[in-house]
Design a protein around this ligand. Structure first.
Ligand code: NDP
Ligand code: 8X3
Length: 252
């Protein structure tokens, strides 16, 4: 199969599992993340089974992303799928107590970085046309607000609406766009969010069979390999053990 998937945030969690899953399904890989040593280790692991190229890039660095993605690595097949997965949450404090730098980092990564990568790779996806896909990692946080979610929720709401809006623009090109919105999932995400607090991580997942990175990878492969005439606009997944709560009410 001569087709390439570009996965941002391939050094951990969903992105790493997705790289392995797509390689097993015969896709060629363009893997992006900041941690060079993890990219090299993954490339070494997968290179025996498929063509792999890696780019150690910070998606917040617009100039670097544009320069590195202006021309795709010559050893790779045409780009058929972009998975905009790189992202993070920082902090769980109420808005009034939050660190503004952390807010800006989330916006620069989850919003600005995602749009930079999308814009850089759109020409290649449009050239592939029918059957190509952009799969964006939104979140249930983009639809359902929660205390301490503030800017993270806002960035994922952006991802949802951006996904739908660019579908309008891409009508007629054959390029599909999906917002994939997982709920509680087990990955380094929670360690990043809490500044490496292992106790917070253990407490969050205690007694819950959370979504695993492999579950998200399976879903992304399904989306990427849908018949070319179908577009799943929005797909929300939760663990069976997660659901909604009633509205909070402050009483006098
Ligand atoms: P992880 O923390 O395990 O992985 C995040 C990935 O994003 C890493 O590979 C990291 O790589 C990359 N990344 C972060 N910042 C940058 C940056 N500036 N430039 C390039 N790469 C970056 O988290 P998950 O796998 O769980 O999360 C993946 C996506 O899924 C995120 O967008 C997250 O918001 C979303 N999501 C997660 C859920 C969860 O509960 N885990 C649920 C719903 C959505 P590196 O540090 O090497 O750059
Ligand atoms: C991650 C899921 O509920 O922690 O996007 O925000 S949640």
């Amino acid at each position: 199969m001569s087709q390439t998937v570009c996965i941002t945030g391939a050094t951990s969690g969903f992105g790493r599992a997705t790289a392995i899953k797509f390689a097993q399904a015969g896709w060629q890989l363009l893997l992006i993340g900041r941690r060079q040593e993890r990219l090299a280790e993954l490339e070494q692991q997968l290179a025996a089974s498929t063509q792999v190229a890696t780019l150690a890039l910070d998606v917040r660095d617009t100039a670097q992303c544009q320069a590195q993605l202006a021309k795709l690595p010559a050893n790779l097949a045409p780009l058929k799928c972009l998975i905009n997965n790189a992202g993070l949450a920082l902090g769980t404090a109420p808005a009034q107590d939050c660190d503004l730098d952390q807010w800006h980092t989330m916006i620069d990564t989850n919003v600005k970085g995602l749009t930079t990568i999308t814009k850089a790779l759109l020409p290649a996806l449009i050239e592939t046309g029918r059957g190509a896909s952009i799969l964006n990692l939104g979140s249930v946080a983009g639809t359902y607000p929660y205390p301490g979610g503030n800017v993270y929720c806002g960035t994922k709401a952006f991802v949802e609406q951006f996904s739908k809006a660019i579908r309008c623009d891409l009508l007629g090109t054959g390029v599909r766009v999906t917002n994939l919105a997982p709920g509680m999932s087990e990955s380094e995400f929670t360690l990043v969010r809490t500044g490496g607090n292992q106790q917070a991580y253990d407490d969050l997942y205690q007694g819950v069979e959370a979504i695993q990175p492999g579950d998200v990878a399976d879903t992304l492969l399904y989306l990427a390999q849908l018949p070319a005439h179908l577009n799943i606009n929005q797909l929300e997944i939760m663990p069976v053990q997660q659901a909604w709560s009633p509205f909070a009410v402050n009483r006098d």
